[in-house]
Design a binder for this molecule. Sequence first.
Ligand code: ADP
Ligand code: MG
Length: 254
Amino acid sequence: MIELNNVTKAYADKIALSGISLKVEPGQIYGILGPNGSGKTTMLKLISSIIKPSSGRISVMGHDTVSENNFVKAIIGYVPETPALYESMSIREYLRFIASVRRVPREQYQKRSTEFLKAFELGDAYSDYIGNLSFGTRQKVAIIAALIHDPQVIVLDEAMNGLDPRSSKILKDLLARIAERGKIIIFSTHIMEVAQRLCTRLSILYAGKIVDSGTFSELEAKHSEGTLEEIFLKVTGSEDLDPTVNSLAESMRQ
Ligand code: ADP
Ligand code: MG
């Protein structure tokens, strides 16, 4: 289980998250939605033990993300928003390196990496330097690196960005299969269709606070609105965008 208890995070005097409490149970696929700057990345970094909360407590499978951060890092696979990979390594070298850090047995590594490369159609790029890869290909490598040790908890920060339709379909279906095995998945996305179809529970962040959460059906019933996009725009105060677009379009004609 992942548990956030009244968590607040400030960067200097900027409060990025405040009073966040939530629970994610094994088998759940938890979606974090919210406009740019609402605190999604901050929340996922806190869960992954990359940064520390200013106050409140976070535990992952019963382990505190501050006092037991090495343990938490070991059981998490994290795909950052902008993955920092080793530019001068080839994909092959990089994945082998990650697998050795993660102590994945050789045979298991061989089997898994072969399957990932096939699924993401990376065979031809295997020897290419990471520094020369396209944005989407880098993203695929970061995803493989996060999943190669079959982590207990998977944290993805806008991981579908840049993926081609085949890879994004494979990733979505794979995440659903992994969750069926009782693992925990939490991710942020701006793709409403992905959130609506894949997530067992959703939270919508706005200015560092959770403004709504629940299953998609619960949110739908509560707001009596059709799509998740409409619910999102409503709870984040962007319901009627016509005047904004009209005056913007007008300003460009002048
Ligand atoms: P999101 O991922 O939802 O776009 P972030 O968690 O990246 O939001 O950012 C939340 C807020 O915290 C934003 O106002 C952002 O500018 C601020 N912020 C994020 N990281 C830092 C940092 N390292 N230093 C100062 N402010 C930051
Ligand atoms: Mg972000």
